[in-house]
Each structure stands twice: as C-alpha cells, then as structure tokens.
Design a protein around this ligand. Structure first.
Ligand code: N01
Length: 488
C-alpha cells in the first residue's frame, strides 16, 4: 500500500496490562504511536504473574527466553524464573518505557461495540470511543473451581491456587491440594516436608520432565549487565532449545518426541523407587498429551514424611476435610484448589459486539475461532493477543505475543497513514485457515486420548498444530487478499 504523508492520530484501546498488553504498548511506542490507553481491571501490571503468588511459583520456560526480545534481563537469578522476579520484570519494563501513565487501573471494560467505524468501550466510568481494539486479556485467567458436593461447607481456609490467601500460616497446618497439573505439582514440590501434613488429591497422574533449576552466578549476572550485547546469545540458545524440542515434539512423531518421552519415563523410574507410589504416579497417557510438567523436586517432595498422594476419587467435602470414595475422611486445615482455569474464556466475560450486532459469544457458539489467532470476521479493527489457537503449549508466550503485536501494529500503521479505515478478515480465509488447522490436528500428541484444558468442545485441541516458526511466518506480513479492507 502507498503511504501518504499526512498521518492521522489513531486511538488504540488495549485491554489488559499483563505480558501481552505491555508488549503491545511497547510495539506501538516503537512505531511512534502514543495515542493508546490500556484498561486494566486490577491495580497493577503483570496479569497472571500478578494474580498467581502461590508457594513455589516458577515459570517452566528458561528465563533468558521468557523475556521480551527487546528487553533482555541480565538479572534473572535462575534458569527458570521465580514468579516474583517475572512480576518485577514486567513492572520494570512498564516503568522504563513510560507505559504506566497510559494505564487506567481499576478500569474493567464490560462491553465493546463496533459502531459507525469506531469501537465504543464501556467501563464503570462511562463510554469512550477508539479506532482500534486490542485484547490482551491472557489465556488462563478465570479460575475453575471443582464441582464437588459440600465444597462450601469446609470449615478451614480454602482458596484457588491463583487467589492464594497469604494470611494463612502454613508450617503448622494439614494441607490438601486438589489437582496435579503444573500448578499443583509446583505447590507440592515447594510445601512437601515443610508443613505438618500435605495431601495431594490426584485424579490423573501427569508426566514430569526433569529440569534442575540452576542458579545464575553473580559473575554471570554482572557480566551480562556490564556487556549487554552478550544477552543475545543465551536468548537465542534457549529460544532454539525450547522451539526445537517443545515446538516440535507435540506436533509430530520424531526424535524430539522420543527424547521427551524417554526423559519423562526415566525421571519417574529413577526418582521413585517405591513401586506402589510409582504406580500411583504413572500416567496412562503419553508424555505431552496433557501439558508437560517440568519440576526438579516434585518426586522428592512426595516421598517426604507427612506427604501423601491420594488417588481415590473425592466423594465430597465436609467441614473437617475431604471424604474419598472409600469412605476415608482426610482431615484438613487448608484446602487448595489447583484445579486450573477456564481456558476458553479468552476476552469473556467482556461482551464484544461486531459490526452486524453479532457478539463474540454468538460468533463462537461452536468454539472460539479466529483468523491466524489474531482477528475475527465481522469485527473490524479488532486484534487479539493470545487469541484462539495461539501456540501456547510448552512454549514461551512472549515471542508469540511479539509476533501478534507486530501484526496488529502493521494494521494500525495503515490506519494512521490514512490508507485503511477498517479491516477484518474474510469469512472464507478464516474458514480455510481453521480447516487446515483441523486437518493437521491428528498428527499431534494432544489427540492421543487424554483429557486436558487444551481440548475444545469438539474434542479437538485449541492449540496451534505447527511449529512456532510457522506462526511467526504466518504473521510476518498480512495477506491483504484475506481481508475485507475499507478505505476512508
Ligand atoms: O491446571 P490444569 P493448572 N476433582 O488444568 C484437577 C499453566 N501453568 O493450574 O487431569 C479432582 O493443568 C485436574 O485433574 P484431571 C500451564 O499452561 C504454567 O495446574 O482433569 N481433580 C488436574 O490435575 C498449565 O497447563 C506454569 O483429571 C480435579 C488439575 O486439577 C496451566 O497453567 C505453572 C477436579 C488442573 O490442572 C494450568 O495448570 C503453572 C476435580 N473436580 C501453570 N477438577 C509455568 O510454569 C480439576 N482437577 C509456565
């Protein structure tokens, strides 16, 4: 398209000040666009890293690659970054880049409607219009509580893992953790042996890949601070490692899948000698069918005195604790629901209304679909970060957000140059894209018979069935023929 010399001011609304929202803001700034507002319902930046504060919280992606490409962090203390450091990192980037003045904290957007060529947003403070709407609301944001009879009757402290109650002291307590996904495993790994009693209620055993969390020496950190250019090397190395193994292993059979399978199986065999306990911890499905867990000392923790893995089904909860199907009452003081999130919420409960009056809820009645994860037909000038089918398995989501933010920025630049007034993907291109994804799913490990939050209503994974490099390639340059583009 031919750029015109007069640039118009494009008002951009970004919903969410987590990892992707901050990324979007930086990309806009780098493109010389300052006319953006970030709506954040909480009182600080950080998204999932603000909400999750449970003991043992660690990102299982190497820290050097769990960083923005434009802002390496020489100060990471560990190979796998602890949650509080990640939160501090996002706070620091927001501060350094002068993004905070653009953020409206405590501003919960309840409705966004495309009307007369603009997006009208509703918050408790009133209505406001924008030219472009960016949703950066994260993926695993809405806590899922288990539907267990008597849950409300428990007399002790009970909370979801992402709503940790830090007023509760732990060492003297009998603690129950329901759920053995990445979160439950990290909590148990941290608390095992450090509290009076710990019971893990495990419905399904999960594979755990060994990953010792090495500490970076002061010398390394000093050198990376002193010579910032050196930071590029570990970013590229860990990026290659994550993409090479965990970008490829789940999507097709081959060396990477064999290595991950071997490591997970031998990790269990070598770490747990007690055959009965090992049998309890042995998953029935294949490694990576559910999201693979990385944990250095979970198996050691569950073998500590006072720690027990309960595999009998939970029958009900009563004031004193959890009663399993065999009639045993497990008396507890604290009950933690590490039971995951509603992964299909995306931007919802925010009501998004497109140009024909159709809501996103209606458009997604059969499950969330998007064009290349970023845009939806009938919703012009709406771009989503971490939208449906983003590559969100065992990957760093930061490069994914960067690709998506670059893509949105390209379109915003077209609006700014005055060559485009509105753009939305066509139905045909969106359908074709989603059909090609569906056709690729049978190759993936995610369809090999486990149940997980990866799967949509139709039983198919809501993940990206190709490599992260393909995702990057698909978003490198918009294909204009796939868009319904309106000029002013
Ligand atoms: O949630 P999950 P999570 N009765 O949905 C069990 C990311 N993450 O919070 O497997 C009994 O994985 C459920 O059992 P089952 C990461 O993407 C990243 O742990 O359904 N149990 C399962 O064991 C991860 O995948 C990091 O049979 C019940 C557990 O609860 C995602 O967050 C760290 C139950 C839920 O597991 C979600 O992980 C932590 C019931 N009624 C998390 N209902 C990083 O390090 C559910 N369960 C980047």
């Amino acid at each position: 398209m031919i750029a015109m010399t007069h640039k118009r001011s494009v008002r951009v609304a970004i919903i969410g000040a987590g990892m992707s929202g901050i990324c979007m803001a930086v990309k806009l700034q780098d493109a010389g666009i300052d006319s953006f507002t970030i709506f954040e319902k909480a009182d600080d930046v950080g998204g999932t890293w603000r909400d999750n504060t449970y003991p043992g919280l660690t990102c299982d992606i190497p820290s050097r690659y769990y960083s923005y490409s434009f802002r390496p962090n020489p100060n990471w203390t560990h190979l796998l970054p602890p949650g509080p450091e990640i939160r501090a990192y996002f706070q620091q980037v927001a501060h350094e880049r002068g993004i905070r003045p653009h953020i409206r904290f405590g501003a919960d957007v309840s409705r966004a409607e495309y009307h007369d060529g603009t997006w009208r947003l509703t918050t408790a403070a009133g209505e406001e219009t924008f030219d472009v709407l960016i949703t950066a609301t994260g993926v695993l944001r809405v806590p899922r509580y288990p539907d267990i009879t008597g849950r409300e009757t428990f007399a002790g402290a009970a909370f979801h893992s992402s709503r940790w109650d830090h007023s509760v002291t732990l060492p003297d307590k009998r603690i129950g953790v329901i759920g053995s996904g990445s979160t439950g495993v990290q909590i148990v790994a941290e608390l095992g042996g450090n509290v009076r009693q710990l019971k893990l209620f495990q419905r399904t055993a999960q594979w755990i890949c060994p990953m010792p969390n090495l500490r970076y020496s002061l010398l390394t950190r000093t050198a990376l601070r002193r010579w910032p250019k050196l930071n590029g090397l570990p970013y590229r190395f860990w990026g290659w490692y994550v993409r090479y193994f965990f970008g490829k292993a789940p999507i097709r059979p081959g060396l990477q899948r064999a290595v991950v399978t071997f490591l997970s199986r031998w990790n269990l065999r070598l770490s747990v000698r007690d055959k009965q306990l090992r049998a309890k911890l042995t998953p029935k499905d294949l490694p990576m069918c559910k999201r693979l867990i990385f944990a250095g000392h979970f198996y050691r923790s569950v073998q500590q005195p006072g720690v027990e893995v309960i595999t009998d089904a939970i029958d009900h909860i009563e004031p004193r604790g959890v009663v399993t199907a065999d009639g045993t009452l497990h008396e507890l003081d604290v009950l933690v629901y590490a039971t995951g999130f509603d992964a299909r919420a995306y931007v919802r409960p925010l009501e998004v209304i497109g140009e024909t009056g159709l809501t996103l809820d209606e458009a997604w009645a059969d499950g969330p679909v998007a064009y290349r994860s970023v845009a939806v037909p009938g919703f012009p000038n709406l771009f989503m970060l971490m939208g449906p089918h983003s590559p969100i398995g065992n990957q760093s989501l930061i490069p994914v957000a960067e690709d998506q933010a670059d893509y949105a920025t390209w379109w915003i630049n077209q609006l700014r140059d005055g060559v485009v007034h509105a753009a939305a993907p066509t139905e045909a291109a969106t359908k074709e894209y989603n059909e090609s994804m569906k056709a690729a799913m049978p190759q993936t490990i995610w369809v090999t018979g486990c149940s997980s939050w990866y799967l949509g209503k139709d039983g198919l994974p809501e993940l990206f069935p190709w490599t992260p490099e393909t995702h990057h390639e698909l978003l490198r340059q918009p294909e204009l023929a796939h868009f319904d583009v309106r000029t002013a």
